[in-house]
Design a protein around this ligand. Sequence first.
Ligand SMILES: Nc1ncnc2c1ncn2[C@@H]1O[C@H](COP(=O)(O)OP(=O)(O)OP(=O)(O)O)[C@@H](O)[C@H]1O
Ligand SMILES: [Mg+2]
Length: 361
Amino acid sequence: MKILEFELKNFRNCISVDKAITAEKTLIIGKNGQGKTNILEALYFLSTLKSPRTSNIKEFVNFNSNAFSVKATILKNGVESIIEADYELGEKKKLLVNGLKTPTREFRGFLKSVLFSSDDLMLLRGAPADRRNWLDRAIVQIYPAYDDRISKYERIRLQKNKLLKDDVVNMELLSIYNEQLAITGANIIHVRKRYLNEISKTAAEKHKSISETENLTIEYGYPGNDVETILAELKSELNERKQEELARKQCCVGPHRDDILFFINNSDASKFASQGQQRTLILALKLAELDTLTEKTGEPPILLLDDVLAELDDLRQNFLLKSIQAGIQTILTSVDTLLFDNEFLDTVNLIRVEGGKIISD
Ligand SMILES: Nc1ncnc2c1ncn2[C@@H]1O[C@H](COP(=O)(O)OP(=O)(O)OP(=O)(O)O)[C@@H](O)[C@H]1O
Ligand SMILES: [Mg+2]
């Protein structure tokens, strides 16, 4: 998978950026606040229609404009396509492939990417919602239909929340919502568990390669692996905690409350891992995400590395750079070139960004 060229119009502070990508590695250099992350975010959005920074598409529109557009020419399985996402305030976003309107699910299938940013290094210390978001964004790239299930679940959950706030709750309706939530929720939990099973082994191997001795395990705190067991469990939990939900007037049970647990040598990494151990873990996790996506789609995705090298020590930097050597198109950002050796700099396409514009390359 390759991006051959991209074009941003009024995407955040990038009013007009147009760039052909000639080398396998592209390094975007710029001072703080110039637009490095914005460029990666635009490409990631084109790939997933999501951003780790916001779920509100309006935020992408340049402050002085009322619309944005992101477009790229990509090469996938030897075939060139032009993919484009346009949005105007007050309208629905438009997705185009080779000029033809394309449904969301199909559009997401075109450009696959893994984004690894310095914010990800906080994943373990963050809230469960951060870990669920990471997981859901990773899954959607492999199973584009997964996002529909999440939306459906969220829709029913909001309806149930509203119902729970009524002075007199319609118990019959509550049972119907619970039944629907159990079915959709069990499906979501099942896919999440399956994905974590798929990446766990690779992540553990990578973690061991970096740390030499440590054993990484990942758990999703829900019993059972097959969808029937999960469904039965979820149903009984919804039943058992019905009074609590009625008292608290909100949904307390389901995949919107779950967490992903990481253990290093059997101890909870979110509580006990040192900063270095956490970085190793996240690096291993991201590289496992990359491998799994490559395996599932038959072609390496593009890799977007936002400011991560500066946060890693030499050992982990080398491991990362070694892992992405051949065949993976990588776009990296950094405040300066000091971190990179000359050998690396000789091979990259260097872009300098200032005030949302590419000023030299
Ligand atoms: N919708 C928008 N319209 C105009 N400018 C925006 C919009 N959204 C964000 N910005 C601005 O874009 C600028 C660049 O942000 P970006 O996150 O890309 O910086 P960066 O180069 O990655 O910096 P850092 O090195 O600090 O991470 C910020 O100053 C921000 O205020
Ligand atoms: Mg940035």
